[in-house]
Ligand binder design. Structure first.
Ligand code: CO
Length: 218
């Protein structure tokens, strides 16, 4: 089974080279991606494939439940490299419906170290306790996956890296999306935040929209 992966690789590299003989040579000299993707580890949400981009076009960081935490040196280092060095124009925070990390937080399932990792999501659940009590139990998972996108995008906008980029007027937009593993489609939860002063308004608008969407469901 594992040998198949190496065979797949040979075939893929040959196909790419057939279309553009210099593809890998050109790419090996430098990377100039315009996008930075922060997504979930889930195998069903592969960044490049779902947004139709080739190697070299998107810088990627993935962790369980697409969490942005200032104390996470891994995520913040990737963000800093993407924004300060690669000078990406867009940072996309992408969650997905049916996220195991979000659902583990909802159901309080214990998985030792993962429990610590999803602590931030448990805090989000507590923050929106009142709203959650009004959502139909069937819709709680979808609702929370979207709320998690809003909260993590908010945290992303408040990182030192993004704030300083905006302060020096570097053009960088932050986006919050959710992906449907059931239909392969992306939806905007937060269309874009381009400036420090827009954060609160975008957060409130997105939370209101998501609340209305799920509160109106029977
Ligand atoms: Co997930």
């Amino acid at each position: 089974m594992i040998d198949q992966l190496l065979l797949n690789n040979r075939r893929w590299a040959a196909t790419v080279k057939q279309e553009n003989p210099n593809f890998f040579i050109e790419l090996s000299k430098q990377q100039t991606p315009k996008f930075f993707w922060i997504g979930c580890c889930d195998s069903r949400v592969p960044a490049n494939q779902i947004i139709g981009l080739m190697p070299g076009e998107v810088f990627v960081h993935r962790n369980i439940a697409n969490i942005v935490n200032n104390a996470d040196i891994n995520c913040i280092s990737a963000l800093q490299y993407a924004v300060d060095v690669l000078k990406v124009r867009h940072v996309i925070l992408c969650g997905h419906y049916g996220c195991g990390g979000v659902e583990a937080a909802i159901h309080g399932e214990g998985h030792d170290i993962i429990d610590y990792w999803i602590w931030d999501i448990k805090a989000i659940l507590t923050r929106h306790e009142k709203l959650l009590s009004q959502i139909s139990p069937d819709a709680v998972s979808h609702f929370m996956c979207e709320v998690n996108v809003i909260e993590q995008t908010y945290e992303l906008c408040r990182t030192k890296v993004i704030r300083e980029a905006w302060q020096r007027e570097q053009p960088v937009s932050v986006h919050g999306w959710v992906y449907g593993i059931h239909d392969g489609l992306l939806q905007e939860v937060i269309p874009h935040v381009n400036h420090q002063t827009d954060i609160e308004q975008m957060y409130d608008a997105a939370l209101t929209a998501v609340s209305q969407k799920y509160l109106s469901q029977p």
